[in-house]
Design a protein around this ligand. Structure first.
Ligand code: CTP
Length: 396
């Protein structure tokens, strides 16, 4: 059990902070909510008080305690701020302490987990990105926002991460206690590759790239310098360099190039095993054809080529997407691919695999350790696997 201050900023996602509070208390934590003045315009403090371990706090001055910020700040094991608005992020990055929440953060040495929530334009604004970077560099865990419904019927990037995902980050920040991947380089591949048939068509697969992107964001959140080689669109995220590729061949080139200096390589991409032998330079016409045969040739295995040419200390993580005999194929791929860790998922299971926000995986290491994760967020899968890779790097 930990003592957690739950800071709630003034955004529509404040209603989700109520559920987050429930999740955190259900995990046995002692949670004290602090609402900013504008947060109370979205959700009343009584709602938070009813679910919290003690009454919600809203003011520096109305408490019987004359210095509530120092008491709350010192007692906290962790401060979780959700939602964090652009204004709150600005204040925290610049050392403001003009209300109970910012003063408490200032008066605390606890880890801070911060979940931004705002409209896409605001999230992409240079000032917000600069302030996020300042906080991330200072050791804050930034829980990446996602794309989806925003306030007033808008959609886009900037939607606060789901409470379960934020809670996963809190658990991890509590367990690790620090930005464990600081100074480490993590290289991740994501998405399904596209193998051209002609200038307008390709052979692809259903991989959305979500699991790979989750790895990139979580690794950045834990302080790593991250390179994401991706064949599917990936929004900007502080600390993540994106390299866009399309075919397996392009992905292979970029992975080999970017591997320089990497401590952890995660091959989460769904690489096409075959490509078209003779790619047409002009659009193939339908007229006069009732059948068509494409000749395919095998692509090289990127992961095997990386592990068989490795030098220095680096942890390799592979994936196994299976529709049957998961266990058997997992063991086989762990050895055949020469990886340290393999993450297997049965892509036919509901709530697991392609395009889902959740995943159910079995993780196997070359020393025989095994971990099963049932229907957890893709971020949680990343958190657990990165923690394993980190332990291997540190030799414990
Ligand atoms: N992989 C790779 N290069 C390929 C094919 C796969 O690097 N040409 C990597 C994937 O990124 C993944 C692992 O190998 O980390 C396993 O991929 P998967 O598609 O599950 O298996 P395959 O090796 O392609 O074998 P099969 O399709 O027969 O199951």
């Amino acid at each position: 059990m930990a003592r957690i201050v739950l800071g709630v900023g003034g955004g529509i996602a404040a209603y989700k902070a109520v559920y987050l509070l429930r999740v955190l208390t259900a995990k046995g934590h002692f949670v004290t909510p602090i609402l900013t003045d504008s947060a109370t315009r979205f959700v009343g403090s009584t709602t938070f008080s009813a679910l919290a371990s003690e009454a919600a706090k809203v003011s520096l001055f109305e408490d019987s305690d004359s210095i509530p910020h120092t008491h709350l700040g010192r007692a906290a094991d962790l401060i979780c701020i959700a939602p964090a608005t652009a204004d709150l992020i600005f204040k925290l990055a610049n050392g403001a302490a003009d209300d109970l929440l910012t003063a408490t953060v200032m008066a605390s040495k606890a880890q801070v987990v911060l979940a931004p929530a705002m409209h896409e334009e605001m999230w992409e604004n240079f000032a917000v990105q600069r302030n996020i970077k300042t906080l991330s560099d200072a050791g804050y865990f930034i829980v990446p926002p996602s794309s989806g419904s925003l306030a007033a019927g808008d959609t886009g990037m900037g939607r606060m991460a789901e409470p379960d995902v934020i809670s996963d980050f809190v658990s991890c920040a509590l367990a690790e206690g620090k930005k464990s991947l600081l100074g480490r380089k993590v290289l991740v591949s994501a998405g399904g590759t596209q193998e051209p048939i002609d200038p307008v068509r390709y052979i692809g697969n259903r991989s959305s790239g979500k699991q790979g992107r989750a790895f990139a964001k979580v690794a950045a959140c834990f302080g790593a310098e991250v390179v994401l080689v991706t064949s599917t669109p990936a929004p900007e995220f502080p600390g993540v360099k994106r390299v866009f590729v399309s075919s397996a061949e392009e992905m292979s080139k970029s992975m080999h190039l970017e591997r320089e200096g990497a401590d952890i390589v995660i091959m989460a991409a769904a690489v096409s095993d075959f490509r078209v032998a003779n790619v047409s330079t002009s659009k193939i016409k339908r007229e006069g054809r009732e059948r068509m045969t494409l000749e395919l040739v095998a692509n090289g295995d990127i992961l095997t080529s990386l592990t068989s040419s490795k030098s220095g200390e680096c942890i390799y993580v592979g994936f196994a997407a299976e529709t049957d005999s998961l266990e058997e194929n997992l063991e086989k791929k762990l050895r055949a691919k020469g990886v340290d860790i393999i993450v297997g998922n049965d892509v036919t299971r509901p709530g697991a695999g392609f395009d889902s926000d959740t995943n159910s995986v079995t993780v196997l290491t070359k020393s025989g350790d095994r971990l099963s994760l049932e229907l957890v967020s893709k971020e949680m899968v990343a958190v657990k696997v990165l923690a394993m890779a980190h332990r291997m790097l540190e030799g414990f």
